[in-house]
Design a binder for this molecule. Structure first.
Ligand SMILES: Cc1cc2nc3c(=O)[nH]c(=O)nc-3n(C[C@H](O)[C@H](O)[C@H](O)COP(=O)(O)OP(=O)(O)OC[C@H]3O[C@@H](n4cnc5c(N)ncnc54)[C@H](O)[C@@H]3O)c2cc1C
Length: 386
């Protein structure tokens, strides 16, 4: 176990690892093949108290920090990548947006049922015309009056690639109320499943993370109360960047799990597969691959822990979270590739664990800011204004 984990975190890791080995790992291949959202697995995570981990106790959560959640995600992702994506999106994107940007009344309204796992959260920023450049949002938000004279907003537009979208109940949606106003034109609102004018279309055909219930969201004259706005009009861009700054630490934690799953599979295979009369693990070429994989995994874990600690202590963490996500995701890619290589041909075929991890890992270099965007964040922090 890691020397910098508290006794409680070590116990948490053991509990989650046992749950993951019993409930998640045996079904990971089925989840991938059927492209099905593991709803019963989500309920299992909820029973362990993991769906409300970073929600304050007064709003039904367990008030844990990101160092605790990091420990959980590593174990969940090592067993099933899709389930870890579902959990991250629910906790550190969807629920945290409401927790960080909502009023106490809004937090009381939505967070308890999200923390208990009774409801599922999603986060909708990306559109067909924009992913990296959040200022180019086209989903519009206009003020209106209801038939009873109440203040409302009308949403029009659509969102793509929304994780959990096909099954979520509560969506944090980023809209544009004034395109000419740049970042001051972006406003965040909550839209609930079943709101008239709001349609969800499941999206299939992903390369990996196939069980994470991706969907397109369509808003067609969708009316919501003004009371569903998070923060003030024009604060949405700041809210989105702040959430992504912290949530990408959890993508780094997910990458630790994917890398660990790949390393463990490679180690086990190298110790039992014989070629030319000896097991692979006796060959220096294989030993050096394993040594590099373990070293990169530990380096990624240290970067992730530092970013999570800064976040938990309320200190600036933007550069460090970008570094953790950049390094951990790309390291997980190298580790998954080496693990597949060590497996030879059998690693290239389903239902090999390394084949699935190799595909699941790829999106970690894309979502919550691509590697190029992480490099932009890091270099801007280094260079400053020039
Ligand atoms: C499986 C999956 C799940 C997702 N889940 C969600 C979700 O739940 N909610 C959500 O809102 N979004 C989600 N996304 C969207 C994801 O966050 C975006 O795909 C990502 O931010 C990249 O945006 P884009 O696809 O529009 O690529 P683009 O922004 O079009 O970028 C294309 C390429 O150009 C590069 N690039 C862009 N701008 C620059 C620049 N200035 N300098 C250098 N290079 C640049 C990028 O790095 C990339 O390589 C998900 C995506 C996937 C694939």
């Amino acid at each position: 176990m890691q020397p910098f984990y508290t006794e409680q975190q070590t116990m948490l890791a053991t509990t989650v690892r046992e749950f993951a080995a019993e409930k998640l790992a045996p079904r990971a291949d089925e989840v991938d093949t059927l492209e099905e959202f593991p709803i019963d697995q989500f309920r299992g995570l909820a029973e362990l108290g993991l769906t409300g981990m970073t929600i304050p106790e007064e709003f039904g959560g367990s008030g844990g920090g990101y160092r605790d959640f990091m420990v959980v995600l590593e174990e969940v992702a090592a067993a099933c990548g899709s389930t870890s994506t579902v959990l991250i999106t629910h906790v550190s994107l969807g629920s945290q947006t409401i927790n960080q940007a909502g009023s106490d009344e809004q937090r009381q309204r939505w967070l308890p049922s999200l923390a208990s796992g009774q409801k599922i959260a999603a986060f909708a920023l990306t559109e067909a015309g924009t992913g990296s450049d959040a200022l180019a949002l086209e989903t519009s938000l206009t003020r209106a009056k209801s038939a009873e004279g109440k203040d409302e907003y009308i949403l029009n537009g659509s969102k793509l690639f929304c994780t959990n979208g096909a099954v979520a109940d509560v969506f944090s949606v980023f809209t544009n109320h004034d395109r000419a106003a740049g970042h001051r034109g972006v406003t965040a609102v909550v839209v609930e499943k079943g709101t008239p004018g709001f349609t969800v279309n499941p999206q299939h055909g992903k390369m990996g993370m196939k069980g994470c219930a991706t969907a397109e969201l369509v808003f067609d004259d969708c009316r919501i109360p003004v009371g569903n706005r998070l923060g003030e009009e024009g604060e949405g861009y700041r809210i989105a960047l702040k959430i992504l700054d912290s949530s990408r630490i959890m993508i780094a934690a997910q990458c630790l799990g994917l890398a660990k799953g790949a390393l463990e599979a490679a180690l086990s295979y190298a110790k039992q597969r014989e070629t030319f009369g000896r097991v692979l693990a006796t060959r220096q070429a294989i030993q050096f691959m394993l040594a590099d994989m373990a070293t990169e995994l530990d380096a990624a874990r240290l970067l992730t822990y530092r970013a999570a600690a800064l976040y938990d202590e309320g200190l600036p963490h933007g550069k460090e979270s970008a570094m953790a996500k950049l390094y951990a995701s790309e390291a997980a890619g190298r580790i998954a590739s080496k693990a597949l290589q060590i497996h030879g041909g059998v690693g290239y075929f389903k239902p090999s664990v390394v084949e699935r991890i190799y595909r699941d890992q790829r999106v970690t270099e894309i979502y919550e800011g691509t590697s190029e965007i992480q490099r932009l964040v890091i270099s801007r922090a280094l260079i400053g204004d020039i």
